[in-house]
Design a protein. Sequence first.
Lengths: 419, 262
Amino acid sequence: MTNSAITIQGVSKSFKKIILRGNHTTLKTWLLKPYSLLSKSHGERLEVFSGLDLEIPQGISLGVIGRNGSGKSTLLKLLAGIYKPDAGTIRVNGRISSLIELGAGFHPEFTGRENVFINGAVLGLSRKEIEARFDQIVRFAELESFIDAPVRTYSSGMYIRLGFSVAVNVDPDILLVDEVLAVGDESFSHKCIDKMSAFKKAGKTIVLVTHDLPTVERFCELAVWLDGGCLRAQGDPRQVIDAYRQEVARWEETRFQEERSEGVCASPAGQLSKNRWGNGDLEITRVRTLDDQGQDRHVFQDGEDITIEMEYQVHRPTRDVVFGIGIFNGEGTCGYGTNTDLDQVVLPELPSRGRIEFKLEKPRFIEGTYFLDVAAHARDGHAYDYLSRCVSLAIRSSSKDTGFYRIPHRWVLPGGIQS
Amino acid sequence: MFLPIRQHLQEVFRYRSLIHSLILRELKARYRGSVLGFLWTFLNPLLLLGVYALVFNVYFRIQMEHYAGFMFTGLLPWIWFSSSLMEGTNAITSGGSLITKVLFPGQLLPLVKVGSNLMNFLLSLPILFVFLGFMGIFPGWNLCWLPLILLIHFAFIAGLVLGLATLNVFLRDIQHILANLLTLWFFLTPILYPLSQVPGPFKKFVLLNPASLFTLGYQDIFFYRRGPDPWHLIPALILSVIMLGLGIALFEHYKETLAEKL
C-alpha cells in the first residue's frame, strides 16, 4: 500500500470541438462520412490536459484553484471516473464520493427519503448500509420535517444540504468537492467545513475545487493552481494563492487598460454627454492613475501610494478655477470628494497647458473596484469640464473587512492587552 | 471479447438493489400524480383489447375461434417489447446529470426501462388469464415454460435496447427511425393473424423475424395449451445470447465516451 491517495501520471485529455458545439452526428453526416463514428482523430480537438502529473498524498486536503476554463472541473471528473483520460493513468486508492453536482440523480417527483436510498445506491451502498446511516443523513441535512416531501418542493438550499449529507455520510476514503459549499447558507457551509475537518482528522483525502481562496488557505495543506490545463504552481496554499492573486491582478490590469483605451474620456470637452459635461473653457485632456514609480496602473495593493494625475488645456483664460475629485464605489456611493477650494489650495496663474496631481499616501481602501470623477469648475460650481466615472481602479487586499475605507483602529482586550 | 461481457454482467449483478429501487421508482413515477394511478397498468391493455376486439371480431367478423383471446396473447408481450425499445433507446441520452455528473453505471438506465415494462407485462397477465378463462381456455401446466420464455425474451430485449441506447448517443436519428420501424415490425409479426394463415412460401420469412419466435412461444403456452416448439425456442435462445453479447460489447466499447458525448 502506497501512501498516496491519487496518483496521476502523464494524463492527457482532449475534447472534440464538435462536441462542445453540441453537434451530434446525424444519419446524414454519417451516410456522407461513414467512418466518422469510428475514427477517433477527425475534427478539431480542444486539449485540456497534456501530460499532467500530480500526486495527492493520503490524508491531505488539496485545494484546486484557477480561472474559469482552466480544467478544474475536468480534473475532478477524471478523478471521479466520469471521464476517461486519452493517455496516462490515474490510480485511485480507496472509495471516492464526489459532489460534482449536488443532487445529481435526485428525481424531482420522489420524496427525500426515496432519493436518499437511490443516491446512496449510486454511490455504492447497499440498502442495509443506507438504512443504518439514514437518520444521520437526515439529521445532518436538517430536513427531518421535509424528508417525506417530494424534492421538487425543496428550495435549492435544501437540495444542497441533502446532497452533501448523502455524499459525506457514505464513508468515502476520498471526497471530491466542486464549488458547492458557496450555495448553502452561512450556518450550513460552516457545518460542511466542520464535517470536512472531521474527515481530515480521520485521515481521509479531500480534493476541493473552489474560487473561495480564503477557504483554501484556511482549510487545505496543499494547493495546485491550474492554468490552461497546466500546473502553474503547487505546494503551500499561501504561496500558491499569492502567486495566483498576482497573476489575477496582472490580468485585470491589462483588462482595465483595454477598457480605458476604448472608451473613457472619449467625448470631447464642451459637449454634453452622460459622462461628461461643461462649457469647455478648460479641458481636462488626460486622467491617469499612477503608482509610486510613476507607472500607469489600475490595480493597486491595499496601502500602496496612488497618484491621480490630470492634464489640462486652457482654451479661454479664466482666473476662477477649482479642481475637484470624487471617489465612488461600484454602487455609485461617494466615498470621498474634495476640491482645491475646499482644501484651501491657492492655485497659481495657470499655464495654458499643465498637470495637476492628487496624491493618496498609503490609502486604506477596502478591496473592490472604485471609480473616479474629476472636474474643473468655477467657484460657484459652474462646470468647465466634468468627467464622471472616467477612471476605474481596483484595490486588492488580503483583509476581508467591509465598507469603503479602513478607518485607523485597534482593539483593546480584557486586561488591557492591546492588539 | 468475453471478459468485458462477464465484467458487465457482474457489475449489473452488483447493482441489483439499485436496479430494484430504480424499477420501483420508474413504476411509481409513471402514475404518480394521476388519479387512477396504478389502475392504468390494467386499463391500458384492457382498452386496447376492447378496440381490437371491436374492430376484428365485430367489424371484420374474423371467423377464427376465440380470436380476441389469440390476439391479446400476442399483443401483451409485444407491448413489453415495443415500449422497452421506445423508452430504452432514449434512456442514456436523457440520463443527463446521472451520466455527466456522477459515476453511474449507464447500462442500468436502459435495463431499468426493460425491467419496468416487464413488470407491467407481468401485472397484465392476470387480465389475460381471466379473459382466456371466460373463453374456456386454461393454460395449465404449460405455464411452467413461461419463466424460460421470459428469460430468453428478456435477454433479447435487454441486449437490443442496450445496443440501441448506446448508438443513440452518437446517432440521435435512431429513436425516430425506431418509432416508424416498430409499426411495420408489428404487422410483420404474427400477432393479429395466426402463422397458419400465412401462405406457405412466406412462412419462412415470418420465422426469420425474431419477434415472431417469441410471439409463437407465448401463443403456444397461453392459447394453444401446448409446450413451445423447440424449433422456435432454440433459435430464439441462440439469437438472444448473440444479441445480448452484441449489446454489451457495443456499450462496453463506447461507455467511456458517453459522458463527453452528452
